[in-house]
Write a protein that binds this ligand. Sequence first.
Ligand code: ZN
Length: 224
Amino acid sequence: MKSIVFLIVAVLSAPIAFAGSPPVNLLVTPRIAMAIVAKDERKLNDLDKAYLDAFTILRDDNPCSRLYGGTGAIEALNELMRVLRPAYLDRHIAVRMSGQTTMYKNATSGFTFRMFEKAELNMMGSFYRGNSPTERRVPLVADFQPNTRRTRVALLLHELGHLVRGADKKWVLLDDGHDLELSVKNTVLVVDACRDQIESVTRMTVAQQLEEPLTTIAQLATMP
Ligand SMILES: [Zn+2]
């Protein structure tokens, strides 16, 4: 999306010094994972559940988590969840990220990611709105119907692709804020890499996803 790559130094926890390199910053705690685990599963909303699906995929070693550089990407997902706000936008937009970006670096693992100043989740787009059988107005997400669990996790994984780098050190997805065609291609790229994980995670119940003890989940979220 619109990316004025602009490095701000935001120190969130114990700063670390990098000799000879520009100051980068720090660690994000796995606060969302813990918030979710602490929540009664009956109170989880669609966004919480989509987060949990993405989290469940990323905490394992699989082709999808490898696209994002491994479990370290959970921190970027957590930061996305922290910034994400509801918005009312054109139905062709599902999520929009804009503004300055901040770079984060995990002091332990060295995993880096960026986050945009603003991330908007469209209440009128494919995350929440489906189509009636006779009228197709909300676009499909890859080949997934809008307003489904598979679409919601695919959308979060798409946004995550703008925040983290792949094995080639480039952002997993090219900026597509002004290019609907590229945005669609980006979603296809994500779904091609992640289809098996999306299919299997969306067959799990919340209870199955939360079976791992809290401490394990919390540790995984900060693990290199
Ligand atoms: Zn995009």
